[in-house]
Design a protein around this ligand. Structure first.
Ligand code: ZN
Length: 84
């Protein structure tokens, strides 16, 4: 069993994809949760469980991942979805 692993952008641990949520930046530069896991664009991953998503704002993980100043509104939108 060789499941594909991806690295969480907050804790930097490698985990199977089903334990992570994909965040994707599309061609028009919008950053969103990728619910399908197949959206086009540059993707990054964050743990579903644990407190990684509560740290995403403090660590500004999206800014580092996407090399830009990500708006606090984008962080809120993502936190909102992760908190469901
Ligand atoms: Zn993590």
């Amino acid at each position: 069993m060789n499941k594909p692993c991806r690295m969480c952008m907050v804790c930097r641990e490698r985990k199977p994809k089903n334990e992570l949520v994909r965040v994707v930046k599309n061609k028009s530069g919008e950053i969103n949760i990728d619910e399908s896991g197949k959206a086009e664009g540059r993707g990054a991953y964050i743990c579903k469980e644990g407190d990684c998503y509560t740290k995403i704002i403090k660590t500004k993980a999206l800014n580092k991942t996407f090399h830009e100043n990500v708006s606090p509104l984008v962080y809120e939108k993502i936190l909102d979805k992760l908190n469901k």
